[in-house]
Design a protein around this ligand. Structure first.
Ligand code: FAD
Length: 441
């Protein structure tokens, strides 16, 4: 059995930045476990980086103020921009143009956020991860190694893992869990087994919109990934745009019993389309507050309706209350040929799988967005479903991100501490500082 100072579950930005910061603070014998063969987590996806305290982190959840958040983000930025292919794509100094967009949005009671943004593209993801890993000298990677359970034995923790179907056990003084959204459900069960407190926060449920990029270039030429936040009149709910990919591709996220929509773009090869997520924040109280199960139920319903694939509907069909079908999907007479789908989903009816309240909210927001950026409601525009963000399970922690079980820390999207690459990295740095302060001084 190998023994380490810190055992890190998950090699996404949260796990990797925890290791990086631990090393900088003088800690050695760090182990990172990932069930994938390549260490990276979501760092391989797109690499759109938002350096703004209003995006991707929750100040209350992390118990920091906006100045601390900006300082931590600056540290994350220093790491990313040492990678030569990471390029700045939104310049906040471009105030005149950004203010003009903010004013138009305000006229329609929509909040508009334009963060400083950088991008390296999915095509450079592996190179970035190699670049980051090359600076980790005191960390051992256990890849293709799935953590099955976490156990406490006297003053150590043990991870029970499998690699090539063989069981292996690793021990350590501290555990940092950063399993990402794909591991959130698993870690929730582990937490229950070993008594880590957790509860449910809101979940984001919605669609991925894909359109001919010429209708959206007017805004994305100024702000690469514009954030519009709507508070709907129909239900007084919050809907927001998220993860815009100019010239990008619609992508899929694979889970155990369903598939979710997402999007990315390459740095070097662009498509004719732009895509973005439009998501509705949903909170649940009595008698059912389990937002994770609510999201999984919607996702499984789409999986069933689409015969194992996500569903896509043209706005032209949606407006007429009709399902999309293969025979008219690229119809020239209906102008559907203006937007060629970049993902092969099943033409159908997205309203069959989403609750009516969510459909109302999304449609009202799309109509409002069309007033701000005219053209997005062209009949050819594609609506893919479901897009769901599973960062809803929260683990109450100290300011150091330590759970109620001393020695177990959490970070990243899967534990509700971030929503995106930069936020995940920030939470990893906070946890690293907490680990050192509490257990190695
Ligand atoms: C297609 C796509 C595009 C995206 N584009 C962007 C973008 O442009 N900008 C942005 O900010 N965010 C983007 N995201 C989201 C981003 O990837 C996540 O916010 C981020 O990666 C979260 O980091 P994390 O470290 O918390 O988790 P992850 O990066 O998900 O890493 C978690 C890791 O834990 C591993 N793991 C889970 N359970 C276990 C287990 N039991 N045993 C061993 N290993 C386990 C997983 O294999 C995974 O590698 C995108 C996501 C997708 C899917």
């Amino acid at each position: 059995m190998s023994d380490f100072n810190v055992l890190i579950i998950g090699s996404g930005p949260a796990g990797l930045f925890t290791a990086l910061w631990l090393e900088r603070l003088g800690i050695d014998r760090i182990a990172i476990f990932d069930r994938n063969q390549y260490s990276a987590g979501g760092l391989l996806n797109d690499g759109k980086l938002n350096f703004d305290y209003r995006i991707g982190i929750d100040l209350d959840e992390l118990q920091i103020d906006k100045n601390e958040a900006q300082l931590l983000m600056q540290e994350v930025k220093k790491v990313f921009i040492t990678f030569p292919l990471c390029q700045q794509v939104t310049f906040v100094e471009n105030t005149e143009k950004i203010d003009a967009w903010r004013d138009v949005a305000k006229e329609h009671n929509v909040e508009f956020i334009a963060p400083e943004q950088w991008h390296y593209g999915t095509d450079n993801g592996k190179k970035f991860v190699d670049h980051l890993r090359s600076s980790l000298a005191k960390t051992t990677f256990f890849l293709g190694t799935e953590v099955l359970s976490v156990k406490k034995e006297r003053d150590r923790f043990c991870l029970v893992c499998t690699k090539d179907r063989e069981e292996q056990i690793y021990s350590g003084k501290i555990v940092l869990a950063s399993p990402g959204r794909s591991g959130a459900y698993w870690f929730r069960d582990v937490a229950r087994e070993i008594g880590i407190n957790n509860n449910f926060g809101p979940i984001d449920v919605g669609i991925r919109v894909e359109l001919n990029r010429k209708y959206y270039d007017t805004i994305t030429d100024v702000v690469y990934d514009p954030k519009f936040i709507f508070y709907t009149r129909c239900h007084r709910d919050k809907v927001r745009t998220f993860c815009t990919n100019p010239g990008g591709r619609v992508r899929i996220e694979n889970y155990d019993s369903f598939k979710l929509m997402n999007g990315d773009s390459l740095l070097d090869r662009k498509t004719e389309n732009t895509n973005f997520a439009l998501i509705n924040t949903v909170s649940l109280t009595q008698p059912f507050s389990d937002t994770t199960e609510f999201g999984r139920m919607i996702a499984r319903q789409f999986f069933l309706l689409g015969g194992g694939k996500p569903i896509v509907q043209r706005i032209g069909d949606f407006r007429e209350g009709k399902r999309s079908s293969q025979s008219t999907f690229n119809s020239k007479t209906r102008h559907f040929d203006r937007c060629k789908a970049t993902y092969n989903a099943v033409p159908g009816d997205i309203t069959l799988g989403l609750p009516a309240r969510i459909v109302d909210n999304l449609w009202e927001s799309l109509k409002t967005l069309d007033k701000i950026v005219p053209g997005i409601l062209h009949p050819s525009t594609l609506l893919y479903a479901p897009e769901i963000k599973f960062f809803d399970t929260h683990f109450p922690t100290s300011r150091d991100l330590e759970t109620n079980i001393p020695g177990i820390f959490v970070a990243g999207d899967g534990t509700g501490k971030s929503r995106g690459i930069v936020g995940a990295a920030v939470s990893g740095m906070i946890a690293a500082e907490g680990i050192v302060k509490k257990h190695f001084k």
